[in-house]
Design a protein around this ligand. Structure first.
Ligand code: ADP
Length: 638
């Protein structure tokens, strides 16, 4: 029996595992890096051990430090969560060698399934995407194989995960470029540059099956999860049952997943991923030998606790003799709340979390700290709604998303609402290209006057509104803010400290504030919940539709001109320069690749915003860069 379990992970997944352990009466040990010293999950655990500096290799990927923490605290089991070390066979082996219980499959199975090529070669009678899984990694071989498969093809890292090392190639002319890029990314991310080829399936759906296997060799499927709403090949909305499957297809895909589990002797919880083509054929993609981020939809639809089953199986318990229900009893849907900006290519957003209120109308798995750093995945929380029907579950999710207040960083709650409100989503007819095809859903709506008003009032109150209204009773006070290049002045005439006449964009409003309820504003007799927070001159306003970041513009003329014309020559985010493709003095054309920055596990390509000549490079490859700094000078051509 497990009495004390160490969680080799952080954030929402650590908090999630702690919840189940508490219900089972198992003590928990959290581990944390410098960056997570004040994170929620650390406080929720019964014990916590500091394991190192913020960069993951020095903490969450440091096997020695984690095993030392387990020894010090006398933990008898380790749960790896997902990401980090969860699919590293040598970590599983080290845990077992240390005499601890490993919550997961055997190291051999992790190794086999961790290599997409070997996994495919090992499976019998399972439909595979046509492709090349050979050892020979010469470019010439890939050319020949791609011709044989037929373009478009997909280049993938054999060790891949998280969408990294993956490229779609539409013609032979761009294959070598894609191979080179994928190899580089794969080597950086996984220490292994082996690639494979797959036929690129047009407009596919991503459908995966949750399985559980016990020590006696029984394998059961717990329905499928539809994960086709993706950005950058990464899931953001998941649900079960899939609106795409007939019951016959469901039975077939679950049977294939169970067969895979049986063929490899799968123990514990795992996920078999498939791709479904437009004709309704499904093909095995890969297997994840761990719990998935999206496991809560299965839990909600099947009324089951998967972490509890993981622990029980690790303790040697069998799957229930009567089996699990073969079909979901409810519809469940999950949305991932990310610190990112959909309108600028989903760039991760970092910074202090000034205020967070995530709501309580649906299940929310969160693990917030007081800041979002560049060190880890930018996922903040997951919202999981379930109901008897899909339409009702979507309605609950939409409401829950509208309740989110998260100030200080950009996040995607408004975008998620726009996605699930879209007719094709509601009718269930979508595929993995949905977001790419609906660029119109990316930008937040323009700020309504309420947003400018809320910021202006908050600023006035911070400055001491009382002084203003007493000293200048008849002159409106002007507050100017900017959102990117859009500047707006708000004119406030205070009548009392809590009553104002306000004009914005030539519209006039009567506004009341409430000293005890600073987040509420009454605007023309209607009360609005408009939480605001600021850090220096950055003012954040949350509405149910979007998060707005306003910059207060000083009325003083000196030195405040904005450098928006620099465009993409500024570092979009803190990170590291991976590659510089130009030299000082070089002539470049608009759109040419100048340099590549890596941050938060993603590569960002900085391209020339106009024709010109490189006048100066401010960094070298390998150097860290802060957000917003100028990377190079580009003199525009005449
Ligand atoms: P990773 O392990 O990096 O997440 P996967 O192999 O699981 O990569 O694929 C991730 C996503 O990429 C899939 O959900 C799907 O959207 C897309 N994808 C993968 N393989 C193909 C393919 N052969 N054709 C079309 N899309 C694919």
């Amino acid at each position: 029996m497990i009495r004390k379990l160490l969680i080799a992970n952080r954030g929402e997944i650590a908090a999630r595992i702690i919840r189940t352990c508490r219900s089972l009466g198992i003590r928990t040990v959290a581990v944390y890096s410098d960056a997570d010293a004040r994170a929620d999950y650390v406080l929720q655990a019964d014990e916590a051990v500091h394991i190192g500096a913020a960069p993951a290799p020095q903490s969450y990927l440091n096997i020695d430090a984690i095993l030392r923490a387990a020894r010090h605290t006398h933990a008898d089991a380790i749960h790896p969560g997902y990401g980090f070390l969860s699919e590293r066979a040598h970590f599983a082996q080290a845990v077992i060698d240390a005499g601890l219980t490993w919550i997961g499959p055997s190291p051999e199975v992790i190794t086999l399934m961790g290599d997409k090529r070997r996994a495919k070669l090992a499976l019998k009678a399972i439909p595979l995407v046509p492709g090349y899984n050979g050892d020979d990694q010469e470019n010439a071989i890939f050319h020949a194989e791609a011709e044989a498969i037929g373009y478009p093809v997909m280049v993938k890292a054999a060790a891949g995960g998280g969408g990294r090392g993956m490229r779609i190639v539409t013609s032979a002319s761009t294959l070598e470029d894609a191979l080179e890029g994928a190899r580089h990314e794969a080597l950086q991310a996984f220490g292994d540059s082996t690639l494979l080829l797959e036929k690129y399936i047009e407009r596919p759906r991503h459908i995966e099956v949750q399985i559980l296997g016990d020590a006696a060799g029984h394998v059961a499927a717990l329905g499928e999860r539809e994960c086709s709403i993706q950005r950058r090949h990464q899931k953001i909305i998941e649900e079960t049952p899939s609106p795409a499957l007939t019951s016959i297809q469901r039975e077939a895909i679950c049977a294939a997943a169970v067969s895979i589990g049986q063929q490899i002797g799968y123990l514990n919880a795992g996920t078999v991923e498939f791709i479904l083509d437009q004709a309704g054929n499904f093909y095995f993609l890969e297997m994840n030998t761990r719990l998935q981020v999206e496991h809560p939809v299965t839990e909600a639809a099947f009324n089951i606790d998967l972490v509890e089953w993981q622990i029980r199986i690790a303790e040697g318990a069998p799957l229930p003799a009567e089996g699990f229900p073969s079909q979901a009893q409810r519809h469940a849907i999950e949305a991932r709340l990310y610190a990112e900006d959909p309108s600028s290519g989903f760039l991760p957003s970092t910074g202090a979390i000034l205020r967070a209120k995530l709501g309580d109308t649906v299940r929310i798995d969160a693990g917030l700290g007081d800041e979002v750093s560049t060190y880890y995945d930018p996922m903040l929380a997951k919202l999981i709604a379930s109901a008897p029907t899909r339409a009702e579950a979507i309605r609950k999710l939409d409401y829950a998303l509208s309740q989110i207040t998260l100030l200080g960083i950009r996040h995607n709650a408004g975008f998620l609402r726009r996605v699930i409100a879209y007719s094709d989503f509601q009718s269930g007819s979508f595929d993995t290209g949905f977001i790419e095809r609906h660029a119109d859903l990316l930008p937040d709506p323009p700020p309504p006057p309420h947003v400018w008003i809320a910021a202006a009032i908050a600023k006035l109150k911070l400055d001491g509104a009382g002084i203003f209204w007493r000293n200048n009773p008849y002159r409106p006070i002007r507050q100017t803010f900017a959102i990117n290049t859009l500047e707006q002045s708000v004119f406030l005439t205070p009548h009392t400290p809590d009553q104002f006449s306000i004009s914005v964009e030539d519209q006039h409003f009567t506004v009341r504030t409430f000293p005890d309820q600073p987040e509420w504003l009454e605007i023309d007799a209607v009360r609005h919940y408009l939480p605001v927070a600021n850090l220096d001159d950055a003012w954040w306003v949350q509405t149910p539709e979007a998060i707005y970041a306003l910059n207060w513009v000083s009325p003083l003329p000196a030195g405040i001109s904005q450098s928006s014309s620099q465009g993409s020559l500024l570092s979009p985010m803190p990170g590291q320069i991976v590659k510089i493709l130009v030299k000082t003095g070089q002539q470049v054309n608009k759109g040419d690749l100048l340099l590549v920055i890596e941050a938060m596990k993603m590569e960002h390509r900085i391209t020339a915003p106009y024709d010109g000549q490189v006048a100066a490079l401010h960094f070298e490859a390998g150097q860290p860069v802060q957000s917003g700094v100028k990377l190079l000078d580009l003199m525009p051509s005449e």
